[in-house]
Design a protein around this ligand. Structure first.
Ligand code: NAD
Length: 360
């Protein structure tokens, strides 16, 4: 198979972990007889330096002409956020990318690896046989995209933010969630606030209708406040969680702490046509950039998600996932997941270990 991949490393640790993910992809291509063409593009502060824009037209075109987008991360040190180069860098890059390609679903798997269970802040009996949840968050609707208003009424400062959804937006993301559940444990939990919000009542109605297209999937509805508690109390009950933009933002970030490091968490953004971009859930980590100690696993697993979701290369993706798992079982640890046992390794050594297990 020949695929063209738009490779946008970005800033901070982005280029460091991207280099390792590309080496892993090369190893997969070699093992399974594929050809992946890496088309490098600039985004974020790196693009600003070269063009004065965070997401220049040439990068947009590169993405448009590719089969999928592999994204690193963008942004500079928070303390330098007022500099032109870094001001609104994330919004101008990531949000612009999402908007340009109408990426309406954000997919975030959260997994607690058996070999890293001591990194999880939850008690061992709560982790049970392991936590393995996929969040599907609607990405381009809801209160973030409705009208935002400030005004004065009766001498008081007031503000409103309008939450809005139409049935197509809900149905599209629901279908993506059910499709994902089909290749997992066949359960979807739809999270809303249908006891109060009109948008949530519509959400629940439409998700229930879409469920009829997937009779083999179990659907449950859960109120968002209860879900927040259940993620901490009994996370093993969840398979796929589908929810609106605002709820998904908060719940998926709360769950992101469970594996123990942002450096382990991949993610994807998909549009209704199945085009996708893949990136680590974390940011550019300026506090550790340039030291060769960033964890490359989130970027490597993002590449695996790309193979599976955009290219249908399920065996190849599984080979990467299993190699990562074996690497962790064998005790390789970058600084973020090191706690006195195991072997402390650099970004490159971690990727070397994954590649060695991929080839074994
Ligand atoms: P961050 O995710 O970059 O870092 C938070 C903490 O997690 C840091 O201590 C960092 O060292 C650690 N971390 C993150 N990824 C890691 C990895 N792979 N290996 C080891 N440790 C890792 O969040 P922040 O510090 O709040 O933001 C830094 C910059 O990143 C900001 O400019 C922000 O706007 C940007 N950002 C970008 C994206 C994106 O590109 N999608 C997402 C979030 C934040």
């Amino acid at each position: 198979m020949h695929k063209k991949i738009a490779v946008l490393p970005g800033d901070g640790i982005g280029p460091e972990v991207m280099a390792e993910a590309l080496r892993v992809l090369q190893a997969v291509a070699h093992e399974f007889g594929h050809y992946f063409e890496f088309a490098q593009g600039l985004v974020g502060g790196a693009a600003y330096d070269a063009t004065g824009e965070h997401f220049p037209a040439v990068t947009v075109e590169l993405c448009r002409s590719s089969d999928a987008i592999l994204f690193g991360s963008v942004g500079g040190p928070v303390a330098e956020a007022s500099q032109d180069k870094w001001r609104n860098c994330e919004a101008n890059s990531v949000l612009a990318l999402r908007k340009t390609f109408s990426f309406n679903a954000n997919i975030r798997p959260v997994r607690v690896y058996e070999s890293l269970r001591e990194m999880c802040p939850l008690r061992s009996e709560v982790i049970g046989d392991g936590i393995d949840i996929v969040f599907v968050r609607e990405l381009i609707g809801d209160i973030y995209f409705g009208e935002h208003k400030r005004f004065v009424e009766n001498g008081l400062r007031c503000a409103t933010d309008v939450a809005e959804y139409n049935e197509e937006q809900v149905a599209s993301v629901a279908r993506q969630a059910f499709a994902l559940a089909q290749v997992r444990r066949k359960k979807v939990t739809s999270v809303d606030k249908a006891n109060v919000l009109s948008t949530s009542k519509l959400w629940r109605e439409v998700v229930t209708e879409v469920a009829a297209e997937f009779p083999e999937i179990e659907l449950e509805h859960m109120l968002v406040d209860n879900c927040a508690m259940q993620i901490i109390k009994k996370p093993t009950q969840f398979d796929v969680i589908v929810t609106a933009n605002l709820f998904g933002d908060i719940l998926s970030d709360a769950a992101a702490i469970l594996p123990g490091s942002l450096g382990l968490l991949p993610s994807a953004g998909l549009n209704a046509e199945g085009f996708g971009y893949y990136e680590p859930s974390g940011g550019s980590a300026p506090d550790i950039m340039g030291q060769g100690i960033a964890n490359p696993i989130a970027q490597i697993l993002s590449a695996a998600m790309m193979l599976k979701t955009s290219f249908g290369l399920v065996r190849e993706a599984m080979a990467i996932e299993q190699a990562v798992e074996k690497t962790l079982v064998d005790g390789f640890r970058t600084a973020d997941i090191y706690n006195d046992n195991g072997r402390k390794v650099t970004t490159r050594e971690m990727a070397d270990a994954v590649i060695a297990r991929l080839r074994a």
